[in-house]
Design a protein around this ligand. Structure first.
Ligand code: 5RP
Length: 226
C-alpha cells in the first residue's frame, strides 16, 4: 500500500470509530494535514448526523466549509468529545511530535479541550524515541534570536522555517538533534522559554487512541495508563 492509501485507511477507521457516537448536537475537533484531510472527506458523508466542527487551522476550516460542514469558534463550544488529527511522530506511549504543517498551537488547544484525542497516522510515523523529525516551535517574531540561543543551551540545533507565518501571525523554529528521551520534561522546558507560544511535543497531553495504518491493516492502539 502507498503512504496515501495508509493515511486514507486510518482516516476511514477514525470515522468508523466515532460514527456510532454522533448525534445532532455533536461537535467534532478536526486536525490539520494530509491525513486529517482524508478524515474531513469521510466526515462530509455524515454531515447531517452531527452539528459541526472546530478546526485546528484556517486550511482545515476552509476544507470543512467547502463540504458544507459548519465550523464553530472553540469558545462557543462547551464540550468536545473527539479530536481527530495526524502526527509527525508517535512513540509507544502515544506521545507525539506535531506541527509539520505549522498548526501546532491551535492543534494543542483543541486537543486540550477534547475528551478523546484520536491520532491517525501511517506506520512511518511510529518511532521508539521521538526527535528524528525536527521539533517545531511557534515563536513570537521579536523573540526569534533569543529563543534560538536558549534552544542551543538545551542542546538542540534551531533552524528558522523560512517563509512560514502561522495562523496566529508567528514564526516557526524547528529543533534538530534534540534529545527527547524524556518528552514531558523537554516539552515543559521549551515552553518555559520567554517568547515561545508552544512547541510541538504532545507529551503532557498525549493521544488517547492511535489508529496506525500498516500493510497488515489498521492497528488500534489505546494509550496505556502508567
Ligand atoms: C500539522 C500536523 C500534522 O498532523 C502532521 O504534520 C502530519 O501531517 P500529515 O498527515 O500530512 O502527514 O501536525 O501541524
Amino acid at each position: 500500500m502507498t503512504q496515501d492509501e495508509l493515511k486514507k485507511a486510518v482516516a476511514k477507521a477514525a470515522m468508523d470509530h466515532i460514527a456510532p457516537h454522533l448525534n445532532r448536537k455533536s461537535v467534532i475537533g478536526v486536525g490539520t494535514g494530509s491525513t486529517a484531510n482524508f478524515f474531513i472527506d469521510f466526515l462530509a458523508d455524515y454531515k447531517n448526523e452531527f452539528d459541526g466542527a472546530v478546526a485546528s487551522s484556517e486550511a482545515t476550516a476552509e476544507r470543512l466549509k467547502g463540504h458544507g460542514i459548519p465550523v464553530y469558534d472553540l469558545n462557543a463550544i462547551d464540550e468536545l468529545e473527539y479530536y481527530v488529527d495526524g502526527a509527525d511522530e508517535t512513540n509507544e506511549r502515544l506521545e507525539l511530535i506535531k506541527g509539520g504543517g505549522a498548526a501546532l498551537t491551535r492543534e494543542k488547544i483543541v486537543a486540550a479541550v477534547a475528551k478523546t484525542f484520536i491520532c491517525i497516522a501511517d506506520e512511518s510515523k511510529k518511532v521508539d524515541i521521538l526527535g528524528a523529525f525536527p521539533l517545531p516551535v511557534e515563536v513570537i517574531p521579536m523573540a526569534r534570536s533569543h529563543v534560538g540561543r536558549e534552544i542551543v543551551k538545551l542542546g538542540g540545533d534551531p533552524v528558522y522555517r523560512d517563509g512560514v507565518t502561522t495562523d496566529n501571525g508567528n514564526i516557526i523554529i524547528d529543533i534538530h538533534n534534540m534529545d527527547i528521551s524524556r518528552p514531558i520534561q523537554v516539552e515543559e522546558r521549551i515552553n518555559n522559554i520567554v517568547g515561545v507560544v508552544t512547541n510541538g511535543l504532545f507529551a503532557r497531553r498525549p493521544a488517547d487512541l492511535l489508529l496506525l495504518g500498516t500493510s497488515e491493516g489498521v492497528k488500534s492502539i489505546p494509550r496505556q495508563n502508567s
